[in-house]
Design a binder for this molecule. Structure first.
Ligand SMILES: Cc1cc2nc3c(=O)[nH]c(=O)nc-3n(C[C@H](O)[C@H](O)[C@H](O)COP(=O)(O)O)c2cc1C
Length: 319
């Protein structure tokens, strides 16, 4: 087991498909996220792409883009074949600070392949996977999981947490909802507290942090070592600055225009990466959340065809 990087804060940015692109991750990191992680990435895809890229004498970072300024940056892998997951981890480990494994994704196209949260039920597989993965790479391996699959087995996280610790996993993130819950109801933070009491490795609490106040409440109520923020950071990377300020000074600045201004930075950063325009446009819409006239603005963003058109629209709004 290798050492975790040194983190300069308490709040991590969650891996989120379609959101955690390298431009947005960099913005989160610059705005106080203590660690950022790629969206979930298929181990088979990495192996296949790596083969193709090697023939062209290129590195895997040609498609798994990141900036050194993001560091510490984790890569999140998913898969259902132990040897392939290990092979993919070895390919990416020279470039990333942490290898995170996904055992939380509830999307049917992932769980049907017995990957993501479907693995919560496969204790024997998990033991082999954790052991092999940890011994195969020099970088720390972490695990992100949901609490269980249905209400009947909503405590699967405790056995997996214990097993993961025994096998040398360095840190656990728990989003305490079951797969069948999706995003309904509330994340059951008492399960984060239970996990923290069960293991000695760092625990990251995740689920329903919407503000600096809720971030602090999760840290205090559960005793978790770090918190992870997902949906509340969409279009709002400044939430990490606010959390850091609130945790140290009990206060933070609120400036809704700062959110819009940050969009320009995001758009500028996208120029350095291969991010498709549909994703950039959808990210731009996120920056209008909670802003007066946001709904109308989102309709207009939906009609844009280039980054320049998005910029013109926001210039108009900021005037
Ligand atoms: C659009 C979207 C994409 C997500 N993609 C991933 C992913 O790639 N990997 C992962 O582990 N979790 C993913 N999640 C789950 C989040 O990381 C997080 O666990 C969840 O949203 C709960 O945290 P929150 O209440 O702060 O949003 C995703 C969530 C959303 C909303």
């Amino acid at each position: 087991m290798d050492r975790l990087p040194k983190f300069d804060g308490k709040a991590f940015f969650a891996p989120m498909a379609g959101i955690s692109d390298p431009a947005f991750r960099l913005l989160c990191r610059e705005n106080g996220a203590a660690m950022v992680t790629t969206e979930l990435t298929n181990a088979n895809f990495i192996i296949q792409k790596n083969k193709e890229l090697r023939l062209q004498r290129e590195e895997i970072t040609k498609i798994l883009e990141f900036s050194p300024k993001e560091k510490p940056v984790g890569i999140q892998l998913f898969g259902n074949d132990i040897d392939k997951i290990v092979e993919a981890a070895k390919i990416v480990e020279p470039h990333f600070d942490v290898i995170d494994f996904n055992m939380g994704c509830p999307a049917p196209h992932i769980t049907r392949q017995m990957a993501g949260a479907a693995l919560l039920q496969k204790q024997d597989f998990n033991k082999k996977l954790f052991t092999k993965l940890v011994s195969a790479v020099d970088k720390p391996v972490t695990l992100k999981m949901r609490s269980g699959v249905t209400n009947n087995n909503c405590y699967l996280f405790s056995n997996i947490g214990k097993l993961a610790e025994e096998c040398g996993i360095s840190m656990l993130t728990l989003h305490p909802r079951t797969v069948s819950q999706g995003y309904s109801g509330r994340a059951d933070w008492s399960k984060i507290k239970q996990l923290k009491e069960l293991v000695d490795i760092p625990v990251v609490g995740n689920g329903d942090i919407t503000s600096p106040e809720t971030a602090k409440a999760m840290l205090e109520e559960t005793g978790c070592d770090f918190v992870m923020i997902g949906r509340a950071a969409r279009g709002n990377p400044n939430i990490f600055n606010q959390v850091n300020s609130y945790l140290t000074n009990d206060s933070y600045d609120e400036d809704s225009k700062a959110q819009l201004k940050m969009l320009f930075k995001y758009l500028k950063y996208t120029e350095n990466y291969d991010i498709n325009f549909a994703q950039i446009r959808s990210q731009a819409m996120q920056f209008t959340r909670g802003i007066k006239g946001g709904a109308e603005l989102r309709v207009r963003i939906g009609q844009t065809k280039s980054i320049d058109e998005i910029k013109d629209l926001f210039d108009e709004v900021l005037e």
